[in-house]
Design a protein around this ligand. Structure first.
Ligand SMILES: [Zn+2]
Ligand SMILES: [Zn+2]
Length: 422
């Protein structure tokens, strides 16, 4: 159990007061301090403390969905300390009410809409893409997404209702009109555009412009009132090289390694990055093996018109001398450890940080990201001339907000648990 969190006392009081205030205002926050002898209550305290200090990592102590904490007590009934702060945060602005739901989702009570999450009262759950931190898990979810996203979600265990929307096709209800715009992040990824009587909103999900070549491209509306944007690479040290250059680096690494008698291994996660690397290598038509978890997603790409080349699933005994693609986590678990001469390329936006080289002992760092870089992010915000921007999924909200302010754009931080995905 962790004990050493340091919080300035006045800050603690101020935040406590504001939390109590929000409890009194919309009765969504319940906490009564006491009964801290329960493990779960302690972890709830830590979560609360983590919330105060802004250290979202520590929120992992409590795994709440429907208010059940990590030790499986019903927080509401048995612990009386804490109801998930993340499900009860409300963002108010002059245009529409936005609430957080679950880990990463949003709920719009006036519209009956959820984005990238489950909410019991949502009639429409729009899903931007099939990455784990965006995909709702609940069986009762009425999901609306592109056909590629729904196919990928199904492969990853989604069992709710599936409703296909085409890009640029308008979907209307009494309260809103929704349109999906291609987000350029992974296959099927979409930005969700909502037009309402109160105003318009664009939710980016994860996005990339210029788009990844293993996607349907990128397109956006011309102007929006509210913009909710991810800012994964929210520092001006992140400026990506042109995709053609990165593609050449990837091909050169594969060819030169094989020429020198080495087996090239590309590190990239299973959905998106792996297929993007394969798509870039496809013109070489060299035999390639991909980790099994990524392999089972590849035919969805092929079915949706993204060619991935001459590939098969990873077989340990047969992998020597082939191009290999795997998430880095598999490497430490013995992936290709039977091959004596390997060269490893780490493909990620984070690869632009030299420090990663020592952490990963990769032979080559290729800064291929499936998120947009910092400068594209600021440019995109400027072009949409929104009345308000919510910045989310970022380790650096202050920096992004500072640059937006210089552009004369009003912004707030929407604090979701941040994961260093790429
Ligand atoms: Zn993603
Ligand atoms: Zn994400």
């Amino acid at each position: 159990m962790e004990k050493n969190f340091k919080i300035p006392f006045t800050f603690y009081l101020a935040r406590t007061f504001s939390l109590l205030h929000s409890f009194l205002v919309d009765r969504t926050l319940v906490f009564a301090l006491g009964s801290s002898d329960h493990i779960c209550c302690r972890s709830a305290h830590f979560s609360l403390a983590a919330y105060f200090t802004g250290n979202s990592r520590k929120q992992r102590h409590i795994e709440t969905e429907n208010s059940v904490c990590s030790c499986k007590h019903d927080v509401d009934r048995n612990c009386s300390v804490f109801i998930d702060l993340r499900t009860s945060r409300t963002f108010r602005n002059s245009i529409m009410i936005i609430k957080k739901t679950g880990y990463h989702g949003l709920y719009f009570p006036e519209l009956g809409v959820s984005l990238d999450g489950y909410h019991p009262e949502a009639d429409y759950a729009f899903v931007s893409h099939a990455h784990a931190d965006h995909m709702p898990r609940n069986r009762n979810t009425k999901a609306y997404a592109t056909s590629a996203t729904l196919d990928l979600m199904e492969r990853r265990g989604f069992r709710g209702e599936k409703n296909v929307l085409k890009f640029h096709e308008q979907f209307e209800s009494d309260q809103f009109r929704a349109t999906l715009y291609p987000a350029g992040h992974i296959l099927g990824s979409a930005m969700i555009y909502l037009e309402t009587e109160q105003g318009t909103l664009l939710y980016t999900g994860d996005y990339k412009t210029p788009p990844s070549p293993a996607t349907e491209g990128f397109d956006a509306p011309e102007q929006v009132d509210l913009l909710i944007t991810e800012a994964t690479f929210g520092l001006p040290i992140y400026r990506w090289e042109p995709l053609e250059k990165l593609k050449k680096d990837i091909q050169d690494f594969a060819v030169s390694s094989l020429d020198d008698g080495y087996t090239p291994i590309f590190l990239g996660y299973n959905l998106g990055k792996a297929q993007e690397i394969m798509h870039m290598l496809a013109p070489l038509n060299l035999p390639l093996m991909i980790h099994g978890a990524g392999f089972k997603l590849c035919d969805v790409y092929e079915n949706h018109g993204i060619h991935l080349g001459n590939y098969s699933t990873y077989v340990r005994e047969e992998c020597e001398g082939k191009i290999l693609v795997t998430p880095s986590s598999a490497l430490s678990k013995g992936f290709a450890s039977n091959v004596s001469k390997t060269r490893v390329a780490y493909c990620s936006g984070w690869a632009s940080n030299e420090s990663r080289r020592t952490q990963l002992t990769a032979d080559k760092l290729i800064p291929l990201s499936d998120h947009l870089d910092f400068f594209e992010l600021i440019r995109f915000c400027r072009e949409l001339s929104p009345k308000k921007v919510y910045v989310t999924h970022t380790p650096n909200p202050d920096v992004v907000q500072h640059y937006l302010e210089k552009e004369g754009i009003d912004s707030s931080f929407m604090n979701f648990e941040y994961e260093a995905e790429d």
